[in-house]
Design a protein around this ligand. Structure first.
Ligand code: SAM
Length: 262
């Protein structure tokens, strides 16, 4: 049976697939194995061996340590210290971890891109965005609160990919109409979300993301109780716009909408 060329090709394909899986998960191949059964069985035995585990590669656990920029929970390495400083100044509006993970993934989808965060806070979302960005991607992030920004600067100021602006978001956006666009806008403050929304959306390039969160619940003390109607109006407006593919993640984490410019 080993001499049936078409079937041998299939077995080689299995080997390729196994090597690809091994490389992805950090396994190593203990040796280069032949796809031919050493006991002279037929190819179905080979496949059976693999399925039942006799032929699986050995897991090298020393290669499964997290890369240096993340902690043991696959969070940005800077995040624990940012959280400590955030608590120390009583800032309660940092983004939730699932949203951070989403931001990291979206940032990773835009290698070499330009990203914008409206509302830096203490730099938690910034940390997630930076964790997804490659070396060529840049991030502008802005806030009007110098105390929160001091924390963000302490942790991100040395990263050449990020520019931290102390500014009022409304004026900053109004000044940028017609300026070069962004591949991701995380609108995490009033301007760009509840006001100046057209200006923020106009900055998103084709294929780019516009992200808003806190649509189901807001950070403690961030908004008045009667804020629900403003959130409903925001969601209705974003979902009704043409030229955007809407990914509604309401009911997930703190409630998120992702719009992709088509
Ligand atoms: C929800 S927090 C941002 C959290 C941050 N993006 C994160 O992921 O941790 C909102 C921020 O918007 C800022 N902010 C509120 N009004 C603003 C304005 N008009 N211009 C700029 N920043 C503003 C606040 O100071 C606050 O830091």
């Amino acid at each position: 049976m080993n001499g049936v060329s078409g079937v041998t090709g299939f077995a080689d394909g299995l080997g390729d697939a196994r090597r690809a899986v091994s490389a992805y998960f950090g396994f190593h191949e203990p040796e280069q194995r032949s796809t031919r059964d050493p006991e002279g069985g037929d190819l179905l035995d080979d496949i059976g061996d693999t399925v039942h585990g006799a032929d699986l590669p050995v897991l090298d656990r020393t290669r499964r340590t997290a890369p240096p920029e993340t902690d043991a929970f696959d969070r940005p390495a800077a995040l624990a210290a940012i959280e400590a400083d955030t608590e120390a100044i009583g800032f309660t509006m940092a983004c939730e971890e699932p949203v951070g993970r989403l931001l990291r993934a979206l940032a990773a989808a835009k290698p070499g891109g330009r990203l914008l965060e409206l509302g830096t806070g203490t730099g938690a979302g910034t940390a997630w965005l930076l964790a997804g960005m490659d070396g060529q991607t840049t991030l502008d992030t802005l806030d009007h609160d110098p105390e929160a920004l001091a924390v963000a600067r302490r942790h991100h100021g040395g990263d050449p990919r990020v520019t931290i602006h102390e500014a009022d978001g409304g004026s900053w956006l109004a000044d940028r109409v017609g300026a070069p666009g962004y591949d991701l806008v995380f609108a995490d403050t009033w301007p760009g979300k509840y006001t100046h929304r057209d200006e923020a959306l106009s900055l998103v390039r084709r294929g780019g993301f516009y992200v808003v969160d806190d649509l189901d619940r807001q950070p403690e003390g961030a908004v008045p109780d009667d804020h629900r109607s403003a959130v409903d109006a925001l969601v209705a407006d974003l979902e009704s716009r043409t030229g955007w593919a809407v990914l509604p993640l309401l009911g997930w984490s703190c409630g998120v909408l992702v719009l992709v410019r088509t």
